[in-house]
Each structure stands twice: as structure tokens, then as C-alpha cells.
Design a binder for this molecule. Sequence first.
Ligand SMILES: Nc1ncnc2c1ncn2[C@@H]1O[C@H](COP(=O)(O)OP(=O)(O)OP(=O)(O)O)[C@@H](O)[C@H]1O
Ligand SMILES: [Mg+2]
Length: 258
Amino acid sequence: MSIARLTGVGVRKGDSWILKEVNFEVGAGQRWVIIGPNGAGKTTLLRILATQLFPTVGTVEILDERLGAVDVFELRPRIGLTSAALLDQFEFGEKVIDIALTAAWGFTGRWREEYADEDIARAHSLLHLMEVDHLSERVFGTLSEGEKKRVQLARALMPNPELLLLDEPAAGMDIGARESMLLQLAIIALDPLSPATVMVTHHLEEIPIGTTHAIILKEGAVMSAGLIEDVINSVTVSLAFGMNIKVAHEEGRWSART
Ligand SMILES: Nc1ncnc2c1ncn2[C@@H]1O[C@H](COP(=O)(O)OP(=O)(O)OP(=O)(O)O)[C@@H](O)[C@H]1O
Ligand SMILES: [Mg+2]
């Protein structure tokens, strides 16, 4: 089964094409990372995969359904998404447990739904996996940024998605929080039962162990895509960012420096 397939995808905003001729396929079990400079189109690509954005040209198939021919509201519960933009949609006063629970219905904001005991148990076990279950009765708005991201990841996993999309899951975290988030992401990546994953990051240091594939975007176009070991190296990364960058790969982790 193809999890996502983009063919000849382009997105035009005003006079400029912010994605151009993107061909990209995510297969079952693959864990992708999207890297590229600011403005390269990473978030735009992720939003297409999340069915939030319809391309100007090209075809998009997500979970064997073709965008444009499927009700996206039926597709969305099969896709888990975490992004900073989504964080702003949650009610400040919402309880953490409800943030996780409402994902079972693809809603933000709790409003009169009834939850089964098994949903509540699953929400707690995912919050526990993300090490934030002790915060389940807290008001979401009072959490630190790192805690919010963990709750958001638990929420994204709640409907047992077939595709998991992560926009900068470790951004803005201190070293300890980042490393522990990366450990959690590695646990997810290495579990064969986990959904296919596509994450965006600005830093090679934030690529979790278990990531199998990479795509480098530059100025809206795919510069390189495929197995991560073939795609990420000093030559490609230097080319993408327009400066001399030395890439290292040690014990499953990546790093970059000038
Ligand atoms: N609605 C819009 N109207 C006009 N331009 C847009 C719109 N949305 C995005 N863009 C532009 O498209 C380009 C790609 O944006 P995108 O958010 O996908 O980049 P990104 O790779 O995620 O960047 P960053 O690393 O800064 O998050 C940027 O130049 C952005 O300004
Ligand atoms: Mg972005």
C-alpha cells in the first residue's frame, strides 16, 4: 500500500510557485524527514500530506484515496498531525486529558462527546508514553512549550493513525527535553507497528534514530529524495543551504557544522 503519493505537485501563491514539480512517495513502514532552508516549502508539503492544502497542479493520493475525489473529513482521522500552528487552535483552558481525547473525533475543543472507557485508558497510556500523564488534569495553556509538544504528540497518536506528520517536534526545547523527545520519537520510529511518519526539522541533530528516508527541499523543488544515507551528506546539505557544511553520522544520529 502506498501511504502517500504526490505526482507533479505544484503550489502557486500569488505570482510565485512555492512548490514545483514535486514527486514524492511514502511507503508503508517508512520514516521520512524533510529538511531544507527557511521558506523552502517544508510546511507547505506537510500541509498537503495533512489534506489541509490542495495543490494548484498535480495529483495527491493519501492512504489510497485521491484528494479531490474523497471527503477529507473522512481521511483526516486516519492522519496524525502535530504542528506549532495547530497548538494555537487549542483552547487555553482545555484540560490535557481532553486535548488527547478529542483527537478520537478529530475535534479541537471538547463539546458534548461521550468517550468510552477504552478511549480514556488509551489517552492516559499515550500521555504516559510521552511522560506527561501526571499533567493530565492540568489546564493545557499552563504547560511549558516542551510539555505542550509531548501532549500534542500523544494526541496525534490517539486515533491510531496510518500516517503521522510532525512539523518540528523538537523545536524550542532545551537539551534535556529535546533528547528525551528524540528518544520517544526513536521508540515510535523503531516500532514496526507505528504509522508511516513524515517529519520536518531544521536541524540534523533533531532527526530521530530509526529515520529511513529523507527529502531535501530547496526553493520549492525536491533537490534529493530517497534513503537517508544516500540523501544526507556534506555535498547535498552544503548545496541546499548555500554554504560549506560538514555532515556527520554517528551512532544513528546526524549533525552538521560549518
Ligand atoms: N499563503 C501564502 N501566501 C504567500 N506565500 C506563502 C503562503 N504560504 C507560504 N508562503 C511562502 O511559501 C514559501 C514556503 O513556505 P513554507 O512555510 O512551506 O516554508 P518552510 O520550508 O516550512 O519554512 P520554515 O523553515 O521557515 O518553516 C515561503 O516563502 C512562504 O513565505
Ligand atoms: Mg515551516
